[in-house]
Structures are given as structure tokens and as C-alpha cells.
Design a protein around this ligand. Structure first.
Ligand code: UD1
Length: 344
């Protein structure tokens, strides 16, 4: 059985690492790894392949930048060629990026069945490019692997019931392994001169946070006020760096660092007091490391983190009462995905 995996952006490398390990452990699946090139900085791409032990991509399309249409269109053409040459039995896509949509659309038109990991998430905000990508991807997918029960319900509400499975969150699978590696390998706290329990961790990268100078400026001011003098470690995504430069916004009051690899990020999560982020993945990772999170958006797809009192939106003042979240599973989501693919 041949599965073509399409990845392109940092969070997809993390998720694909878990499933790729499960493929190799299973032994009867040949995975063809395609990197679209959407994220190309070594610190946002190559480093993840090395640190998370992901096989070197079989194909690298080196496509990034431009408008969403240009990027997606060029990816479609590139992936078409690869699907025709490789003739996979399945195309496997992750999450909600332009690489996800390109992989799904290309496979759908070539009549190759699609499996979508992290299916069913919705922000109900169609102005987000990610929302458009995930809605369209779900509607052409044959197997839809949901991390949460809310995701299953979202699909049901859109009339998608066949092929839907609640398997838990592959990022939890990765987190369980990453803790040990982080302790053994990461020297990030020493490098920054920080102690466990003495800093906050922040990330900002979405277009909605960075495009408008007023929004971005108020976000930085909010971070400083909220942290109340506690140092804030801020690994800066290239989009945020570019936006800050063009808007004339200073990050001088934050401890800015270049994007870090997974063991360093895990170590920062383990050592921080709280997380402030507009990222999807980090909201859950905060919970996995038992850290409260404030989401720098006006809605979130990970509603259970809010309901369980571990996350709140920056527009709401207080957390709900705290409880644990069972639906992310027990760290075996990737094995379940591989088993379902092999059986299908
Ligand atoms: C993308 C995804 C988003 C995901 C995020 C994770 C889409 C629509 N968005 O957003 O869902 O949460 O990845 O990071 O697919 N750039 C570099 N170096 C890089 C990568 C990007 O300089 O290695 C630049 C790009 O040229 C661009 C900007 O950063 O100017 C934004 O990159 P882009 O690929 O458009 O999307 P992200 O903001 O990373």
C-alpha cells in the first residue's frame, strides 16, 4: 500500500512525524513524503525533519510565497504531476494550510482517496484562510480523522458522516515522546538565562494578528500588561518579523528569539508559567503541559480547552472552572490512523 503524505508548514511536520513513525512501525505501508516548500527557513523546516526523525522528503516542490491563489495553484500543478507519477493508493493531508488544500484538491480531481488528519475543526470565521482550507478539504476527504468530539459534530452538521472517526490528537502522541527529548537535549533555558517558572511564552503569526498595525500593536501592549513584569519569551515567526518591521512595531520589551526547534519549544512549554498565542497547536500543547493559555483571537477551534478552563480568549476576562480533557486520547491517535487506513 502506498500513501502520499503532503506537508509544507511547520505544524504539519510535527503531526506527520507521529503518523510517519506509526507507518514505519506497521511495516506494510510505503509512505511517499512530499514537501510543498511553503515553510522553507531551515529553522522552520529542515530542523523539524531532523529532530523529529521524519524521513527526508521524497519530493520537494520548493513552492512558497505569493498570493494564496498563486501559492495554491503552483502547488496543485506540482502535486498533480507527482500523483500521476507515483500513483498512490491514498493521499494524506494534515490540518488547514494552503498545502493541505492543494494536496486534497489535486487528489480529488485525480480520483485518489484522501485522508484528512485534524478533520472537522471549525472557527466559523470564513475570513480566515485556514477555515476555507479545512472546510474544502473535509468535503473532498474519504477518511476524516477527528481529534475531538466537537470536530465530529461539526462534520455532522455539514452532512459529513461517512468515514468520520474520532481518534484523538496526534499532537498529544508527539508531546508524550517530546518531553524526554526536551529534558535530554534542550539547553534553551540556560541559553536565555531563565529559570523554570519564571517566564511567559508568546507566539503570534496569523494574518489576522499581523496584517493590521493597530491590532498587532495592541497585542504586544496587551502581552506586556498581562504578564505584569514577568519576562516573555517570544520566538518570532517570519511573518510577524516582516510585519513588525513594516509597521514600525518594536519587540524590544520581549525576549525575542528566532523560531526554535521542537525540543526547545517543548522545554519552553515545560518551563513557562503561561502561554499567549494565536497558534492552534500551541493552545493544546499548553494544556498537554498543564499550562494555562490565553488565545490571541476572537474565536478558537479548540473549544474543549476553553470549556475545561485551560484556555480563554484574550477578549474574555476569566477562565471557566478547570477540569481535564479526555477526548485528545491516550497518545495512540497515530496508530489508530494507520490501522484505519490499512483496513479501508
Ligand atoms: C501557515 C498556515 C497556517 C499555519 C502556519 C504555521 C496557510 C494559509 N497558513 O501560515 O495555517 O498555522 O503556516 O506557521 O497556509 N516565510 C518565511 N520563511 C519561512 C516560511 C514563511 O520567510 O520559512 C514567510 C513567507 O514568505 C510569507 C510569511 O512568512 O511572507 C508567511 O508565510 P506563509 O507560508 O504565507 O504562512 P504562515 O503565516 O506561516
Amino acid at each position: 500500500m502506498k500513501v502520499m503524505t503532503i506537508v509544507g508548514a511547520r505544524p504539519q511536520f510535527v503531526k506527520a512525524s507521529a503518523v510517519s513513525h506509526a507507518f514505519r512501525a506497521h511495516g506494510r505501508v510505503r509512505e511517499i513524503m512530499v514537501h510543498t516548500g511553503q515553510h522553507f527557513d531551515p529553522a522552520m523546516s529542515d530542523l523539524f525533519f531532523e529532530e523529529l526523525d521524519i524521513p527526508k522528503p521524497d519530493h520537494h516542490l520548493a513552492i512558497s510565497g505569493g498570493t494564496h491563489g498563486e501559492m495554491t495553484g503552483r502547488m496543485l500543478a506540482g502535486i498533480d504531476t507527482l500523483i500521476l507519477a507515483e500513483k498512490p493508493d491514498w493521499v494524506l493531508v494534515y490540518g488547514d494550510t494552503n498545502s493541505t488544500l492543494a494536496g486534497a484538491l489535486s487528489a480529488a480531481k485525480l480520483h485518489v482517496p484522501i485522508a484528512h488528519v485534524e478533520a472537522g475543526l471549525r472557527s466559523f470565521n470564513r475570513r480566515m484562510p485556514e477555515e476555507v482550507n479545512r472546510v474544502l478539504t473535509d468535503h473532498v476527504s474519504k477518511l476524516l480523522f477527528c481529534p475531538t468530539r466537537a470536530a465530529v459534530a461539526n462534520l455532522q452538521a455539514e452532512g459529513i458522516e461517512s468515514g468520520v472517526m474520532h481518534v484523538g490528537d496526534v499532537m498529544y502522541d508527539v508531546t508524550l515522546k517530546a518531553r524526554k527529548t526536551a529534558i535530554a537535549r534542550s539547553a534553551i533555558l540556560d541559553r536565555l538565562g531563565l529559570q523554570d517558572g519564571a517566564f511567559s511564552l508568546a507566539t503570534i503569526h496569523r494574518a489576522e494578528s499581523t496584517d493590521d498595525p493597530d491590532v498587532m500593536r495592541s497585542m504586544v501592549a496587551w502581552l506586556l500588561k498581562e504578564a505584569g513584569g514577568r519576562p516573555i519569551v517570544f520566538p518570532v515567526h517570519p511573518r510577524a518579523r516582516k510585519a513588525a518591521e513594516s509597521h514600525g512595531i518594536s519587540f524590544d520589551s520581549l525576549i525575542t528569539i528566532d523560531p526554535v526547534g521542537y525540543p526547545d519549544m517543548t522545554r519552553l512549554l515545560m518551563g513557562c508559567v503561561e502561554v499567549f498565542t494565536d497558534s492552534g497547536g500551541l493552545q493544546k500543547e499548553a494544556y498537554f503541559h498543564s499550562k494555562p493559555c490565553v488565545t490571541l483571537r476572537t474565536e478558537t477551534e479548540w473549544v474543549e480547552t476553553i470549556d475545561a478552563g485551560w484556555n480563554r480568549l484574550w477578549t474574555t476576562p476569566a477562565y471557566q472552572p478547570r477540569r481535564s480533557i479526555e477526548e485528545y486520547g491516550t497518545g495512540q491517535a497515530s496508530e489508530q490512523i494507520v490501522a484505519a487506513l490499512v483496513k479501508a
